[in-house]
Design a protein around this ligand. Sequence first.
Ligand code: GLA
Length: 387
Amino acid sequence: MHPIVTRAQRAFESVFEGQADVLVQAPGRVNLIGEHTDYNEGFVFPAAIDRYVVVAARSRTDHRVRIYSAMYDEMAEFQVDNISEAQGNWADYPKGVVREFYQLGHRLCGLDAAMVGNVPICAGLGSSAAVEMAMGAAVASLNNIAICKPDLALLGQRAENRYVGVNCGIMDQFVSANARAGHALFLDCRDLSFELVPLFDDSIRIAICNSGVTRGLTDSAYNDRRAACETGVSHLARAMGTKIGALRDVSLAMLNTYRGALSETVLKRCRHVIAENDRTQRAVALLKAGDLSGFGQLMVASHESLRDDYEVSGEELDLLVEIALRVPGVFGARITGAGFGGCTVNLVKRDAVATLTDAINATYPQKTGLTPGIYVCSAVNGAAQVA
Ligand code: GLA
């Protein structure tokens, strides 16, 4: 059994006494390319990583829910049938999930749960989605609810959109639920069709560099970006006199022709999304063809677009990318996840990982006063009940 699963079991036993009935693990994720495209019905290409949230849970005969978070060393308590407003803390995520099941009409039992995790929090590695998927699978199992993984992902997203208050897309929940070891998941966020694409051979690594800058998605900046995309879509639909469902339906040529009175800011946001969709599709084709240099170049173009047009980077993330790109054996580097702090993802030759680590440790702390975290990750399976 994975050590973190054992930790969840132990945490449960010491907080609630007795044994848990179910143990579920759900991974965080790294996105290789396709950023801020999911809520524009576009394409994303993430993989699940070997960092998990594990929930150990047992049903109760009443309607009470007690959730202990080992990450925060705190307990949250509520009733399944009477969930108050979100409080703006960690407990909103599991609460939002329980609430969604309840709103689907399920007569839920109460439960006791211990939650343990090693996905860095507020680092852009999908820790919220991992909590939602682990909690969701545990609730489903305890209540004998049959729910397929894509529906579990959608339930997690609704919890975040409707309860937590973040208008996130579907990428994080979907990959945390549906990923396969050794593969990245090429997802069409319009119809949720997906393809599992085998990753590279053993000579290549995915290295994640954590800037140490944290910023929660509940900050308005993420929702602002989404709102700008929606403004762009309604303007373009009016200008073109046709029905456009999302930026997915728009090309750069169309954007330039029909931009009209769009503000410079909205124009830039739309330009990023449209170009990123195109890059993502091309990047998947390049990976399948074994062209890692080409893939890496698109990662760099993605970073530049996130920096200049979507404006979700920052000095620290730019510096991490800059340092990485000077290291021989690094194919590409970019922001992963929403940005506003968090991590970069680097595609790197196995033999160059040590040089990359040294280069970052030599420059980054001194220039920023922050301690970077460097994780070499492997692509793992999605959420699963482990006991
Ligand atoms: C966060 C959201 C995702 C996605 C990314 C940006 O991780 O949860 O839905 O929008 O940001 O690509």
